[in-house]
Structures are given as C-alpha cells and as structure tokens.
Ligand binder design. Structure first.
Ligand code: SDX
Length: 385
C-alpha cells in the first residue's frame, strides 16, 4: 500500500472547508440565522416576493420600483417553453421521477437558446432569467401531466407564483396560498454552498455553460440527504398516520439508528430559521384545518417537540427547512412528488447568483484524494491469472 510520508488531513465531504469567498448568503449555524445579501430571511419572508429576492440575489441589492418592474417583465416574457421540451415532458411525466423529468427538460431548454455558448456576463444573465422563469413552468406542466391533465399556457400579466399556481391548478389562487408559496420560494431560494450549489459551481468552474451547471445542481438536489428530504419527511408522517403513534414511531426509529428526515444540518447546530418561519404558518393553518391536514400538522408538531427534547440541545440536531414542508404543501394542494421540483424552482435563483459571482474570479475545482492503494504491481497475463 502506498502511504505518503506525512498522512494528510482528510476533510470527508469537505466538512468545515471554505471553498471560496462570497457576498451572497450568510448562514449563522450557531445562532440559527440566515441572511441573503445582508437581509435577514424572516424579514424577506414577511415583506418580499420571489421576483424581488431573485433580483437581490443576482444583482446584490433590492430593486427600486422601476428595476423590479423591468425584471418582472423580463421573467414574464420568458415563461414559455419550446415545443421540444413539452414533448420531453409528455414522454417522461408519468414514466420517470419528476426530478428526472425536470433535469432532462432543463437540459433540453438549450434548443431554444442561441446564446448557450456565450459566457459573457450579459448573456449569462439573460440565460439565468430564462432558467428562473422557465423552471417554474416546467414544474407546473409536469404536475399537470402527472395528474392526467394537459398543459396550461403561462399567463402574462400576473406574478411569478400566481402564474405557477395558475398553470398547475388551472385557476386563480387565493391570496393566502399565493403568499404561502411565495414564502416557500423565498425560503428555499438560496443557502450558500449547499451540495446542489456546490455541484453547480463545480460544473461551471470548468467553463461549461449555465444549463449544464444547473443540470448538475438539479441532480444533486434530488437526494434525500438534501432537497429530497422534504418528500421523505412527509412519507414518514404518512407512515405514522395517527398523531398518537408519533412518540412510538420516533423512539423506535431513533433506537434503530434511523435518521429522521427534515432534522439535522451540516451547518445549523441551532433551529433552522427557515423552519421557524414555516412553523408559524403551520400553527396558523392548524387553527382552520381538519382531517388529514390536521393530523399531519399534529404529527409534525409532536415529532418536532420529541426530537428537540431528545436531540436538540444535546446533539445539535434541530428541524431544518424540509421538515414542516410536507403538511404545509399538503394543505396547499401540492402533490408530494412536486416538493423537490418546487425546491429546484426556487433554488435556481441561488444557483445562478453563485455561478455569476464565482465566474467573476473563476478557478477550476480540483481537490485531492489521498491514495492508499498499491503501486508498481506486476502485470500478469490473462492466461496466468
Ligand atoms: C437541506 O447544506 C444545506 O444548506 C442544505 C439545505 C439547503 O437549503 O440547501 O439546508 C437543505 O438539504 C437540509 C437537510 C435536509 N436533509 C435531511 O433532513 C436528511 C436528514 N439529515 C441528515 O441526514 C443529516 O443531518 C445531514 C445530512 C443533513 C447532515 O449530516 P452531516 O453533517 O453529514 O452529519 P452526520 O450525518 O454525520 O450526522 C452526525 C450525527 C450522526 O450520529 P453518529 O453516527 O455520530 O452517532 O448526527 C446524527 C447522525 O446519525 N444525525 C441524525 C440526523 N442527522 C444527523 N440522527 C437522527 N436523525 C437525523 N436527521
């Protein structure tokens, strides 16, 4: 076995390693605080819109009225998707996982973009606006086709989230639902160098185009340790079924060393501030809910209390952004298989902002591996092995 003189320190999963400088997002894992371009997430969730937050992430400042209107018009004008991409969605919607259909459809968007290979900042910004706008259209259309309904063309004169809900449901959404989904988009838009943003940066650092980089991001987000945890957390709550079963289920799961999806975080060793915002929505909606939604909310609240008591202070394992999503999206009428695609429809703004910033001082990602295998082995011919 080959061993270097001095065995290097291995940072498995790049745990604790800083990969670059950034001015986009501050995640304070100790105090459980989150800032986009210096603005606290709870302030943005309360007052902003997904369009305004996307502008903030991309351009580094809140837009004035004229800038926001112009950005919204750019997004509105890019909501349509090419027929070729619609055909891919039709072909895959019921045969593949929605994240796989999304990943493929996003890759195929290049058929209608003449600037794919133009890596100038101006062209990249134009492509990013297209991606921010079109991914929501693709997710809505995937949801339509999986529900056995056909495409609804995007509306042009309503907001991004209103249009998403219109394309998904075929009708105008009420103000509370629009406010909630806007909040979800804001909460999930950005989170510094998480796995999917890192995957985006690694691909973009080779100077591959933004469509390729974002396809890497979507692929990484799918996993249950990352964006896919939102669906897994709801599956757990559905398996618990009755709120009275919650304690037994959680205790047995922990005794079996099972990870409870929607809890724990590489950076937060305190309550995820995004989960705090979602918990206020949960408690509010609980007041007027009944049946399955009521049960799911009660299960979520009991599981949260149990997990915080058992693993909060002692182990630094707290609810994260994915835990309360399930009961809330169920109330909102979002099917479970669209949870992670919706996460991607929000996180596209963070992926794009980080890629734009990283390309300003690009450096190819090429970490080292510490080789511990053999070297200089004798080659034995096939008939002698
Ligand atoms: C997101 O990075 C980001 O910013 C991501 C994200 C974003 O916005 O982009 O915030 C979104 O992905 C949130 C995380 C969603 N994933 C989950 O909810 C999946 C469940 N959580 C875990 O798998 C885990 O907490 C991770 C993957 C999120 C983080 O794990 P780490 O930092 O790699 O730590 P680890 O898995 O090594 O766990 C350390 C210890 C272990 O115990 P020991 O083996 O040391 O005894 O904590 C335990 C783990 O078993 N642990 C859990 C647990 N999470 C960690 N035990 C029970 N339930 C859990 N959820």
């Amino acid at each position: 076995m080959y061993m270097a003189e001095n065995t290097p320190t291995i940072y498995q999963g790049l745990d604790g390693v800083y990969i670059t400088e950034s001015k986009i997002c501050k995640v304070d894992g100790t105090l459980g605080r989150l800032y986009y371009r210096g603005y606290s997430i709870d302030v943005l969730a309360q007052n902003s819109s997904f369009e305004e937050v996307s502008y903030l992430l991309l351009y580094g400042k809140l837009p004035n009225k004229m800038e926001l209107e112009s950005f919204e018009n750019e997004l509105n004008s890019e909501r349509d998707i090419p027929d070729g991409v619609k055909n891919i969605i039709r072909e895959m919607a019921k045969k593949a996982d929605p994240m796989e259909t999304l990943r493929t459809a996003v890759s195929a968007l290049v058929i209608s973009d003449a600037e794919v290979k133009d890596n100038s900042p101006a062209a990249n910004l134009r492509k990013m606006v297209k991606l921010i706008s079109k991914i929501s259209t693709i997710v809505a259309q995937i949801g339509r086709l999986r529900a056995g309904k056909d495409f609804i063309p995007p509306a042009k004169n309503i907001g991004h989230v209103e249009n998403f809900l219109y394309m998904l449901n075929g009708k105008a959404a009420d103000a509370k639902l629009v406010k909630f989904i806007n909040t979800m988009f804001i909460l999930q838009a950005e989170h510094s160098s998480n796995a999917s943003t890192f995957a985006t940066l690694v691909t973009g650092s080779t100077l591959a185009d933004i469509y390729s980089a974002v396809t890497s991001g979507i692929s990484a987000l799918k996993g249950p340790l990352h964006g896919g945890a939102d669906e897994e957390a709801l599956r757990m709550m559905l398996a618990i079924g009755n709120p009275d079963n919650t304690e037994t289920y959680i205790n047995e799961a922990l005794a079996g060393k099972q990870k409870i999806m929607g809890f724990g975080h590489r950076v937060y060793k305190a309550y995820d501030p995004r989960a705090k915002v979602l918990k206020t929505w949960l408690v509010d909606i609980d007041k007027t809910s009944n049946g399955k939604v009521k049960d799911l909310i009660q299960i979520a609240l009991r599981a949260e209390k149990l997990m915080v008591e058992r693993l909060g202070q002692s182990h630094g394992i707290w609810p994260n952004v994915d835990f309360f999503t399930g009961p809330l999206y169920t109330w909102a009428g979002i099917p479970i298989e669209l949870f992670t695609p919706l996460f991607a429809a929000a996180r596209i703004s963070g992926w794009c902002a980080h890629m734009l910033e990283y390309w300003e001082h690009n450096k190819l990602f090429r970490p080292l591996e510490y080789y511990t295998g053999p070297i200089n082995l004798d080659y034995v011919p096939l008939d002698k092995r």
